[in-house]
Design a protein. Structure first.
Length: 224
């Protein structure tokens, strides 16, 4: 009952739709995706949503720590713990190789025949949706949370935006997908890539380019 209550409060805060909706590229994505919010939402420090999130983090950290020390051959115990982490049974055609890490778990939606290799981090407070037959390489990070970039706001809470990955996508080892990114069907993300912008269908993306995007406002101090 406690986990269900936490899930409801996080879902209500994120304004997750109750039904599936078509994505911008035509295929249907489940409720966790929010069909790409135009702006990041903010969860303020000390709010009821923030406290519910913190409680869930403690629960899921315990669950993943138990998952990640199981014998690899104990598939039944692994799938049982993954069901507790996700808040619903793991689809029979989905494969998740531990170790596996998440800070919530309840906002992950997996399609059929998804493969998730070892050492992945799914930070899903903002919602993660993965389409059918997508392959996730080892040590991939899907991160839906961050902090406000302006120094004056940075410690006031976290920002959230969903990640939507279409069907038949291949994400290579150690790639990082950042908040708010949508990856179109059949695309390939090269190993080690950092993806901060949407990827259209049938594209191959590589690289970790450093780009200066804007200048931040200085933080006021007593010396100013």
């Amino acid at each position: 009952m406690q986990a269900a209550s936490i899930h409801t409060r996080i879902g209500t805060f994120l304004d997750l739709p109750a039904t599936d909706a078509p994505s911008r590229w035509g295929y249907t994505v489940p409720r966790a995706s929010i069909d790409r919010m135009p702006e990041q939402q903010r969860m303020r420090r000390g709010s009821p949503e923030s406290r519910a999130m913190a409680a869930r983090v403690h629960v899921v950290m315990d669950l993943t720590s138990r998952l990640n020390v199981l014998p690899f051959s104990d598939l039944r115990a692994r799938n049982t713990l993954l069901g507790e982490i996700l808040g619903k049974p793991l689809p029979e055609t989905v494969t998740v190789y531990p170790p596996f890490y998440t800070d919530c778990g309840l906002n992950i939606e997996l399609g059929e025949q998804v493969f998730i290799n070892q050492g992945c981090w799914f930070l899903d407070l903002g919602g993660i949706t993965i389409g059918d037959r997508t392959m996730i390489g080892p040590n991939v990070t899907l991160c839906t949370a961050g902090h406000p970039v302006q120094p004056a706001d940075r410690y006031d809470g976290i920002t959230l935006a969903p990640i939507v990955i279409g069907p038949r996508v291949w994400i290579g080892a150690a790639a990082t997908i950042l908040p708010g990114v949508t990856i179109g069907h059949d695309s390939v993300i090269g190993g080690g890539a950092v993806v901060a912008k949407d990827v259209p269908p049938l594209n191959v993306v590589t690289g970790t380019d450093h780009v200066v995007r804007r200048t931040l406002d200085p933080l006021a101090t007593s010396e100013d």
